[in-house]
Unconditional design. Sequence first.
Length: 340
Amino acid sequence: MKKTVLVSGGAGFIGSHVTVELAQAGYDVVIADNMSNCDNTNYCGVCQILGKKLPFIKMDFCDENAVNNLFADFKIDAVIHFAAFKAVGESVNEPLKYYRNNLLSFINVLEAARKQGGCNVLFSSSATVYGEPEELPVTEKSPRQPATSPYGDTKQMCEDFLHDCVRAYPGVKGIALRYFNPIGAHPSALIGELPRGVPNNLVPFITQTAIGRRECLSIFGDDYPTEDGTCKRDYIDIVDLAKAHVSAVTRMVEGRMKEDYEIFNVGTGRPVSVLELVNAFEKVNNLKLNYKIAPRRPGDVVAIWADPTLANEELGWKAERSVEETLAAAWAWEKHLAGK
Ligand code: WQD
């Protein structure tokens, strides 16, 4: 029997890639999104890649009745919860917006899971929970650090909500996936990241500069204690990241979890500095990027990368694409958008 996976925020960057991988792995996928931070580009791209229309429900997960109706209308075997705001800086200026949206939407999902007598719940968490780590690479046992933004707070709180609900409500099982830095786009160039306004994240800023939408990339600080002075991150290809979700969902629906609540790092284990990433982008795409060194960005950690051993062993998943392949895909996507 085919299993049904509900993807909240399924029209967004990560949600759309996960939807494609789930559908290609044989799952029935229901997409739900309030479209507050995207248009229908990725949904249309998903349907084009799959060659069929997937069920799409436009709804807000903060609306408890709407969430309950959704669970009543479909037999949901697993839910992957992406629907959340994610701009770190904005969350500092508008904390209530973040608390209301990110916490309430997840509470409604958990309530629906409880009411139906259990469900497999996968929460999209973030390496931001590790803060500035004392030891690198970080394992799932590395301590969480106090969050430095309301956005980070909501990730930690939602992890705790899930853990508490798993303990309290029979049949509710949970996995939190802690993403490092997801980048790139689907190899078809039909789905990808669609930042609204000026991008906060590095790779969309790079591709928009290369295409001429931005004049110059600012590299935030070259005086950090790293080899080339720029910060290091674990950039993970979006399709690799999406495949980790398929492995995690399959582990849940096949009843192969070792604990009812599990956490996995989703990263490559490969640290890359900002300058290395910029150089790799230039080389693989054979172009020159206009960039300058700018002051440090407040709140940035110096370096963080994953120890992905647990996910490798338990999920049977491993990041496969090179950073060059990923940056070529990101550029192909930007060109696809420009050609529209
Ligand atoms: C990466 C590096 C910047 C932009 C954030 C969130 C995290 C996660 C992913 C989100 C840093 C440098 C960036 C630019 C630059 N969640 N940079 N010039 O900060 O590691 O993680 O996004 O949804 O929770 O905190 O990612 O891409 O913003 O930055 O030099 O114009 O690139 O200083 O070193 P970050 P990022």
